[in-house]
Design a protein around this ligand. Structure first.
Ligand code: CU
Length: 505
């Protein structure tokens, strides 16, 4: 009873407090991001004014410029669906279904209150019908049924953007999962009436996973695997539709002192992203693409069919690795990108090494990537030379073996045996070294007179070409005698080795 009395007292007090002025909610000019935006009820700013505006569309990682308009307009969006064979990984192609020719689809940027006239064209070369469901639409299906377009056809519909925020769009033609899995998603930003606070750099990063018949990095053209998709057993988890999209020369860039804003989306179709930038802290995250922000965030969840806006100031130069922190996806499925920051060192803030090899895996530097690209092309045309294979093997060795055996091949005395001049390795047949890489090694081994009794984990996730190249590099470096290992040799050893179901490849 006494508690009830206190409650009544508090309620009475609250009732006497001046309420926040309701007129700020209906006056668009006063609605501020991070305050109560009034939702869709406050988002209709009346009929479109002025001449219709053609939307500027960009492909990732680029973002259209701010809308910079203080009245609601009619905005025309022209989007063409293309079904295209493109690279998903080095030497691996996939038939992507795209909004605007890229994965993710073109970025659309409008202002709250705008009326969008959406033209969805399906290219005559397409084999499938497609449509679009924009999460920014208020209306059944988000536009899906009104935008249905058979190959060679165009559909037009319009909607008013009542809510501000960062929204996913995607194809919703049956089988929906397959259309999304093939890359049919993108982002539409509905700016608040006064625009977003200005920053120095804005980028578009969107995650999505792919399900292929062949295993990760298996060369050639890879078809979609429906069963793997149903089981949510992704072969690739990628930013911006391919393994190399944000790596090396394609890394996004900033300079020390810049404020960087990332528009992050997740197309799914299945997985939730644990979005993280290694070595940075998000000063602000507009969770789920909404209008409020959290501060000082390390990792933010981006749901399938959802988004986030992250903002941070870069204080230190170097390479910042962008990952899905569900970390096997980063190192074994491709969910790895890079932000390269140039500028003066800031030693009081960070005195360490430029970048940790561990975090770059086999994507160390652009020059190395070029070697891998070269060998991949040469292999397809059947012209791979010994020198090219050794060069590619070096890149892979540095990303895979050097953490233990060291870049010098010297190992670490008493802990990791040397590969440079290893009498153990060099006196055994080549097949033995292949077996060690595929199956790992445990128990006592004596290398150059020193006994090691430790554990080397199996590396069977590497494909036949990769193991062949790594060992070719190892056998031709540090004074070792020059055997070249072939992918066929690796395949033979792999086929002759019993391994548990889960490690089947
Ligand atoms: Cu589609």
């Amino acid at each position: 009873m006494r508690n009830l009395g206190i409650l009544v007292f508090i309620l009475a007090l609250v009732a006497c407090q001046p309420q926040s002025e309701p007129q700020t909610q209906s006056d668009p000019a006063v609605v501020k991001l991070g305050q109560d935006t009034g939702g869709s009820a406050a988002g209709d700013f009346g009929p479109p004014q002025g001449e219709p505006v053609q939307a500027i569309l960009t492909s990732a990682p680029n973002v259209p410029p701010p809308v910079n308009r203080d009245y609601p307009a009619k905005v025309i969006v022209d989007m063409e669906v293309r079904e295209l064979d493109m690279e998903i990984s080095e030497g691996v192609t996939y038939t992507f279904w795209t909004f605007g020719g890229t994965v993710p689809g073109s970025f659309i940027r409008i202002r709250q209150g705008d009326t969008v006239e959406f033209h969805l064209k399906n290219h005559p070369d397409s084999k499938m019908p497609h449509n679009i469901d924009l999460h920014a639409v208020t209306g059944p299906g988000g536009g899906a049924s009104s935008s249905f377009a058979a190959p060679g056809h165009e559909a037009v519909f319009s909607f008013k953007a009542l809510n501000q925020g960062l929204y996913v769009y995607h194809c919703a033609t049956a089988p929906v999962g397959m259309h999304v899995a093939n890359g049919m998603y993108g982002l539409i930003l509905v700016e608040p009436p006064e625009g977003l606070p200005p920053v120095d750099k804005e980028y578009y990063v969107m995650q999505g996973e792919f399900y292929t018949v062949g295993k990760y990095r298996e060369k050639g053209h890879q078809p979609f695997d429906m069963q793997k998709a149903i089981e949510e057993n992704a072969t690739y988890v990628l930013f911006n539709g391919s393994e190399g999209a944000l790596v090396g020369e394609h890394a996004i860039k900033a300079s020390v002192g810049d404020n960087v804003r990332l528009f992050v989306g997740n197309g799914g179709p299945n997985l939730v992203s644990s979005f993280h930038v290694i070595g940075e802290i998000f000063d602000k995250v507009y969770q789920e693409g909404g209008s409020r922000y959290q501060e000082n965030v390390q990792t933010t969840l981006v749901p399938a069919g959802g988004s986030a806006m992250t903002e941070f100031r870069v204080e230190v130069p170097g390479t910042f690795v962008i990952v899905d922190h569900s970390i096997f996806r980063a190192f074994n499925k491709g969910a790895l990108g890079m932000l390269k920051v140039d500028g003066e060192d800031n030693l009081p803030v960070y005195s360490g090494k430029e970048v940790d090899n561990v975090y770059l895996g086999d994507k160390v530097v652009a020059a190395d990537l070029a070697a891998v690209t070269e060998i991949t092309e040469a292999r397809i045309t059947g012209t791979a030379t010994k020198a090219q294979r050794i060069q590619a093997g070096k890149v892979l060795y540095n990303g895979t073996c050097s953490v233990c055996h060291q870049q010098s091949g010297e190992g670490i005395e008493g802990v990791f045996p040397p590969l440079a001049g290893s009498d153990y390795m060099l006196t055994e047949p080549t097949e033995h070294a292949i077996e060690i890489v595929l199956n790992g090694l445990t128990g006592p081994v004596t290398v150059n007179g020193v006994t090691y009794n430790s554990v080397m984990p199996p590396m069977s996730q590497l494909n036949d070409d990769e193991i062949a190249d790594i060992l070719s590099f190892v056998f031709n470096s540090w004074g070792n005698d020059g055997d070249v290992v072939s992918a066929d040799q690796v395949a033979t050893v792999r086929a002759g080795t019993d391994r548990s179901e889960g490690a089947a490849h």
